[in-house]
Design a protein around this ligand. Structure first.
Ligand code: M6R
Length: 600
């Protein structure tokens, strides 16, 4: 249960456990819709018999509603076999029809259950659990991590994976399987990863990995070196609050010790030949959700500093539209978890086309970190709350470092100019801290807005992705309809949405920056104000014009235009978090979401 609690970031709409009981002939199972706490309460009331091996699962529904019936583990062979699954079995409908035609009755709407019944059929034909698992995976299409137990093999758990992670934890007289090392980190810090289409059999004292043909594979164990205390709430009421307050450290740590003796950026893993980087004619940033908005901020900076065209694309759109990618393309994959399936598939596609991939990733040893040609880790520490906050700031920071590195390498900027920008970056953690320390007014207004049905966010230039992120945070946390718009685009249609008292947040650029940008956004404010909107403005300290236009102004410290998103997004995170809190919502685990979206 403790391991499952740490895996709840992958999904929390139902949970279940199956145990091979000590009498060694049967399985005991409990599963419930809802968060893990619901299962814990059920187990308290109806404890399972002690067992020899067990499997457990937290679910993020893909096939079948989040009900008790659809929760994992699923049973087969009259309850003798139990199976759990992450991913999507894409040919499940055909398999289900085939199994039904053969007389199998289904107890759920899940794709997973088909794998359980196929496993049972293979075991009935005389195969061991491991052999049966290999045979079943040959029949499955899509992405899966599967774990199964059979009451007739009471000391064995069998696992298999394709396009979805599975890690083995190596203990003393005990072994573990998890989708992430965090599941078993309190028991062992030695782990090994499973390769594509490999099958693993664990018993208390052995781990055997085989490939799809059944040939044994030797995998090198590695040590997990992170500190689990970073995953505690640290006195804050929620992980979200804590992680918002972790942001000065997340940016500072991501910047720390990055340059070698020659002033060159040090990547954390892998190498991309400098000749290749010099020859690139395009950068494509692929990511999803908040990470994609970090990519949008990066585009403004990298294009400005490096004079290389940068495209930012949602990974799932990139992958399936036949993108123009070549050996001269540098793909930057941004992902907190490193396990977002859409981004993983896009990385693989780009590599197949000959592109070099740099991963900007937070979780060490994650799939994207392992598969990218090189990695620049964001050092945000574990991000537990489902809605991303500190990872966003760390991703922007890491992308800025990459931009500065490329700029120097390609001779677009001189070292002293780069040193100047790095100095400005070094000053950002203290400024973020200032925003946190002066955040009471934004909290107060958020609490007063719990009854709002729609909030719009406007921004221009780097303020545009900030507006998108502000809207996403409000949707995710407070379930309020929110939209982010490029301020200049408003007059081309969205302005029709404006009505009396509609709250509109505007990210106002610095008046010290490009003068016209500030003036243009003030014009956008005039346009929505004229139509009765309630104006909330994020402005730079010392901007005396902002109060003339706004109903409420919230100030952030002065910063260079390109770096301002590191400050401007913070009040918007606090706004969404406080408003959701006022509505009594669980800000760490908002409804319908998963921290890491491991299906396409
Ligand atoms: O782990 P990743 O950074 O790849 O996740 C990408 C998105 O799923 C993630 O940012 C999502 O949009 C969050 N819910 C945002 O708060």
């Amino acid at each position: 249960m403790a391991g499952l609690a740490r895996l709840e970031y992958r999904g929390y709409d139902s949970a279940g456990i199956a145990v091979v009981t000590e009498d060694q002939n049967s399985l005991a199972r409990a599963k419930k819709a809802g968060k893990l706490a619901v299962l814990a309460a059920e187990l308290k009331e109806h404890p399972l018999a002690p067992g020899t091996v067990a499997i457990g699962h937290t679910r993020w529904a893909t096939h079948g509603a989040p009900t008790d019936e659809n929760a994992h583990p699923h049973l087969a062979a009259d309850g003798r076999i139990a199976i759990i699954h992450n991913g999507i079995i894409e040919n499940h409908a055909a398999l289900r029809s085939e199994l039904k035609a053969g007389g199998v009755t289904f107890a759920s709407d899940t794709d997973t259950e088909t794998a359980g019944h196929l496993l049972a059929a293979e075991i009935d034909s005389g195969l061991s659990l491991a052999e049966a698992m290999r045979a079943v995976t040959r029949r499955l299409e899509g992405a899966f991590t599967l774990l199964a137990v059979d009451a007739r093999e009471p000391h064995t758990v069998v696992g298999a994976r394709r396009n979805s992670p599975l890690v083995v934890g190596l203990g003393e007289n005990e072994n573990f399987l998890g989708s992430d090392v965090i599941a078993f980190i309190e028991h062992t810090r030695t782990a090994l990863e499973l390769g594509q289409d490999e099958v693993v059999v664990i018993t208390p004292d052995a781990v055997i990995v085989t490939d799809a043909d059944g040939d044994e594979v030797q995998r090198e164990p590695y040590s997990i070196d992170w500190d689990t205390t970073a995953a505690q709430k640290g006195g804050f009421p929620t992980f979200m609050d804590k992680e918002i307050h972790d942001q000065p450290a997340a940016v500072a740590d991501t910047l720390r010790g990055r340059m070698d003796d020659n002033g060159r950026l040090m990547l954390d893993a892998g190498i991309i030949d400098e000749g290749v980087l010099n020859a690139i004619d395009k950068i494509v940033v692929i990511a999803c959700g908040t990470a994609a908005y970090a990519g949008m901020v990066a585009k403004y900076a990298i294009e400005h500093w490096c004079r290389i065209p940068v495209e930012v694309e949602l990974a799932h759109e990139f992958r399936y539209r036949d993108p123009v990618v070549s050996v001269k393309t540098l793909v930057v994959a941004i992902s907190q978890s490193g396990e977002t399936m859409d981004t993983i598939m896009a990385v693989r596609h780009a590599q197949q086309q000959g592109a070099s991939v740099i991963g900007i990733v937070n979780v060490q040893g994650s799939t994207i970190a392992r598969e990218a040609d090189a990695v620049l880790y964001t050092r945000a520490g574990p991000e537990i709350a489902v809605a991303s906050t500190k990872a966003f700031l760390a991703q922007i920071t890491a992308a800025f470092l990459l931009g500065l590195f490329l700029s120097e390498l390609r001779g677009n900027k001189y070292s002293d100019e780069i040193a100047e920008i790095l100095e400005e970056l070094d000053a950002m953690p203290a400024k973020i801290q200032w925003v946190l320390d002066t955040s009471e007014p934004i909290r107060e207004i958020a609490r007063s807005m719990a009854g709002e049905r729609t909030v719009l966010f406007l921004g221009r230039h780097v303020g545009f992705p900030v507006a998108l992120e502000g809207a996403l945070k409000l949707k995710e946390l407070a379930y309020i309809h929110a939209e982010g718009f490029a301020a200049g685009e408003l007059k081309h249609g969205p302005i029709a949405l404006i009505e009396k008292d509609l709250p509109v947040f505007i990210v106002l650029p610095s008046p010290r920056g490009r003068e016209s940008l500030h003036a243009k956004v003030l014009s956008s404010i005039e346009e929505v104000k004229a139509r009765g909107a309630r104006i909330l403005v994020l402005a730079e300290e010392g901007d005396d014009e902002a109060p003339l236009y706004a109903d409420h102004v919230f100030y952030v410290p002065e910063a260079p235009v390109l770096l301002a998103p590191l400050l401007n997004v913070v009040p918007l995170q606090i706004f969404a978090c406080s408003l959701a809190g006022a509505k009594g919502y669980d800000v760490d685990q908002p409804r319908n979401l998963a921290k890491s979206v491991t299906v396409e």
